[in-house]
Design a protein around this ligand. Structure first.
Ligand SMILES: C[S@@+](CC[C@H](N)C(=O)[O-])C[C@H]1O[C@@H](n2cnc3c(N)ncnc32)[C@H](O)[C@@H]1O
Length: 193
């Protein structure tokens, strides 16, 4: 299973936000929606071997984690509003300590980055990391930030994590995911190159 974890530093933890104002009132939820789409969508198909975890750290009830499972998700279309609508439903559902399903293949639970780091061996996607083109093996799970830098307490949690770079420029998180998955695709299907 491939995994992408994206930290939404200001992303709303209430389902009350408007789909018309995801960049503003929802705390850049649009960035997270694009990351869901980059993680899961192929043209006319889904990546069933990918999970996308959104760590929501905005008000009023942080932190919460939403999981989109490529294997099980339904009702997701490749536009931001579609992902946003499933996030709204997840946030309107009862949030427990363990994941519970809000709509098919979408899950929500309490807790944030520290919990995910204890569950998965994660590499940090970072422009100053090791170049994916020269790495013999690629990790399965990756951590990204939204539009903001990681906070000091997050930096402390990830200080010993392997850093991996897709290139020299700072990209948007969703574009970074696309490049990372492309590199994995090429390695899995060398005869199709
Ligand atoms: C828009 S950037 C975050 C803000 C960024 N720290 C800044 O200084 O503006 C979103 C995320 O994409 C990932 N990222 C961006 N460029 C990258 C690159 N060249 N290699 C690996 N990851 C990258 C990182 O995980 C980063 O946290």
């Amino acid at each position: 299973m491939k995994r992408f974890i994206i930290v939404g530093h200001k992303a709303s933890t209430s389902g009350d936000f408007s789909l018309n104002d995801m960049p503003g009132g929802a705390g850049r939820m649009d960035v997270l929606c694009r990351c869901v789409n980059s993680s899961l969508f192929l043209s006319h198909d889904l990546r069933r071997d990918v999970e996308c975890y959104l760590v929501l750290q905005g008000e009023p009830d942080p932190p919460k984690t939403i999981l989109f499972s490529g294997e099980r998700v339904r009702y997701l279309n490749p536009d931001e509003r579609s992902a946003g609508s499933l996030i709204k439903k997840a946030l309107a559902a009862t949030c427990r300590d363990e994941f519970s399903e809000s709509t098919k293949g979408v899950y929500v639970r309490r807790g944030g980055l520290d919990r995910l780091l204890s569950e998965f061996q994660v590499a940090l996607l970072d422009e100053n990391g090791e170049d994916i083109r020269t790495m013999a093996e690629l990790p399965d799970a990756y951590l990204l930030s939204d539009h903001m830098n990681f906070a000091e307490e997050e930096e402390a949690l990830i200080q010993d994590v392997q850093k991996v770079s897709v290139g020299p420029k700072i990209l948007h998180a969703d574009h970074t995911i696309t490049i990372m998955l492309n590199e994995m695709d090429r390695r899995e299907n060398p005869s199709e190159l």
